[in-house]
Design a protein around this ligand. Structure first.
Ligand code: NAD
Length: 544
């Protein structure tokens, strides 16, 4: 790690070490609805033998799948899209019960994003996966191309914040690129995972393909470790920084390539000339979609001094009137649901309490609510937040808006780049040139101008991923598809004759001949090249 890079406190403190008891000792996962604490069911835990068997099944199925046409893969993806579309109500119910988020969030953040990824991949995937001619450089008699071959079986270890979307996110490009996949969902949303994966398995069967191409293994961190050690060809890990480090260590033992999508502390910069109302509403989306349990949440609002008080007043009023409760219950439509895990609720409580201790002012919320019913934290706005507070460095991952006052552009950029994370970001200004100037200086994998940064996900041609402690590798777009591939460099014949290089045995004068040839190509200006030509001619004639 670069010594001058700021690091997030998250690495050391944000994720508790102890795995909360979901029933691990009994070899099952006990699944709860976080909005009601109702037991939804139990799911058996897969140990290393089951994980290895799942990888073997996917590998066997992939032998046939890798030979299929893009047309067939597209048909499979379109069938999945049809199944998602025709099952929207049931799928939303599964998502809501397992995660506690609202139905509207499930629809926008999971169904819509998944449908868009399916649509984009089916229509654009082949274009990015076909062999691509490139320059053969100095080999004028040769052709060069990049070929995109499947890697084999991809492993995916995923978090709990988007039960459906987190499964489909690595699965869709993996399949399009000709791979099999073994998915290890989070233990916190294990209940719904198999049902979602079944949609894809059914689509494969309908197209005459083996459903074994797509596998689910369930369990805790140990199951994730078994997957990494089980012989996969590549891994996508989406989760916390701390577990990302553990995953990287484990993957190093088998030199397994990894895409790491980790946490974020995204800045959302509101300049003094920003259009207030759209910026306010985008900030609400950025902070309260999925109760803020969103890797690309707008975690730090950096608001220019001149507009700060008006902004704070407006968001305070809107957040103060938000309704919270059980998403599918008698409460009717609610704006914010429950937290997915009690562990995350504790983290949010701790960070907010500490911020208040350190001088933050509560504009709305600030505490846990509905404790007798489930795991809820009130939609919260904290003002007078300063960069030195813990909450400005650690990922909150909860329904909390932080308002930090900034003097000007430079101040905003300095604070924005002052954390260990670098996932997404947003800049708001009516002056497009100014917004672009700020955007270009933000250390982030993604930036949106006059839009909430998380919306870049919906433009699937854009890649998705972070820098610094937010990880590396990309999930969406061309780069995401190609990260599921062995990008093979092929040098092929252009002419029906071959000119093999004869380098051995080394002869007298070879050094001068090669030197002359190098100067002809790389010599400075005409004079340098001519000198090379003269040297080559003399060497060929046998002169020294
Ligand atoms: P987590 O790290 O606790 O768990 C993620 C997954 O890793 C789970 O399936 C878990 O069982 C597994 N796991 C845990 N320990 C492991 C180990 N030692 N080896 C292998 N696997 C292990 O993360 P979480 O709490 O489920 O999710 C929240 C985090 O995920 C947040 O930091 C959030 O920012 C991040 N996230 C990032 C993105 C992104 O695209 N950048 C998307 C969603 C969530």
């Amino acid at each position: 790690m670069n010594a001058s890079r700021p690091t997030s406190v998250a690495i050391s403190t944000a994720v508790p070490d102890a795995i909360p008891d979901l029933g691990a000792a009994s070899g099952v996962i006990r699944c709860f609805d976080p909005a009601t604490r109702e037991l939804l069911g139990t799911v058996p835990v897969d140990g290393p033998p089951q994980v290895r068997a799942a990888i073997a099944r996917a590998r066997e199925a992939q032998v046939g799948w890798r030979e299929t046409s893009f047309a067939l893969r597209r048909r499979v993806l379109r069938r999945v899209a049809d199944a998602v579309l025709s099952g929207v109500d049931d799928l939303c119910e599964l998502i809501v019960r397992d995660s506690g988020k609202t139905r509207e969030n499930a629809l926008m953040g999971e169904i819509w994003t998944v449908l868009e990824k399916l649509r984009w991949t089916a229509s654009q995937g082949p274009k990015h996966l076909r062999p691509e001619p490139v320059s053969a450089g100095l080999f004028l008699h040769k052709r060069a191309r990049l070929e995109y071959h499947p890697l084999g079986v991809i492993g995916a270890i995923i978090p709990w914040n988007y039960p459906l979307q987190n499964i489909m996110n690595p699965l869709i490009p993996a399949l399009m690129a000709g791979n099999g996949i073994v998915i290890k969902p989070s233990e916190w949303v294990a209940w719904s995972a198999r049902r979602f994966v079944q949609l894809v398995r059914d689509a494969l069967v309908a197209e005459g393909q083996s459903p074994e191409l797509v596998q689910v293994v369930q369990g805790y961190g140990e199951t994730g470790q078994a997957l990494i050690a089980g012989g996969i060809d590549s891994l996508v890990f989406i989760g916390s920084v701390k577990n990302g480090q553990r995953v990287l260590e484990a993957a190093a033992r088998t030199i397994t390539p990894v895409v790491l999508e980790l946490g974020g502390k995204d800045p959302f910069i509101v300049c003094d000339d920003a259009e207030l109302e759209p910026a306010v509403h985008a900030a609400l989306a950025g902070c309260f979609i999925s109760a803020g349990q969103n890797c690309v949440a707008a975690e730090r609002l950096l608001v220019f001094d001149a507009i700060y008080d008006r902004f704070a007043e407006r968001v305070g009023a809107l957040v103060g009137s938000m309704r919270q409760g059980q998403p599918m219950g008698e409460d009717g439509p609610v704006d914010v649901g429950a937290m997915v895990t009690p562990m995350q609720l504790q983290i949010v409580e701790r960070l907010v309490a500490r911020a208040i201790e350190q001088g933050a002012r509560v504009v709305a919320g600030g505490h846990r609510v509905l404790a007798d019913r489930g795991d809820y934290f009130a939609p919260t706005v904290l003002a007078d937040v300063t960069p030195d507070m813990d909450i400005m460095r650690e990922e909150t991952f909860g329904p909390v808006m932080l308002l930090c006052r900034v003097r000007d552009e430079h101040h905003a950029i300095e604070i924005a780049n002052g954390t260990g994370f670098g996932l997404s970001s947003s800049v708001w200004s009516r002056d497009r040139a100014r917004a672009r100037r700020i955007a270009s200086r933000l250390q982030a994998g993604m930036t949106a101008i006059n839009e909430f940064g998380g919306m870049t996900y919906m433009a699937q041609d854009l890649t998705f991923g972070g820098i610094k402690e937010s990880g590396f590798g990309r999930l969406n777009g061309r780069e995401g598809l190609r990260s599921c591939c062995n990008v093979k460099a092929v040098l092929d014949d252009r002419l029906p004759v071959s000119f093999a290089n004869r380098l051995f045995p080394v002869a007298e004068g070879d050094f001068e001949r090669i030197k002359g040839a190098i100067e002809i190509v790389y010599g400075h200006g005409l004079r340098g090249r001519l000198r090379g030509a003269v040297e080559l001619v003399r060497a060929l004639r046998g002169h020294k």
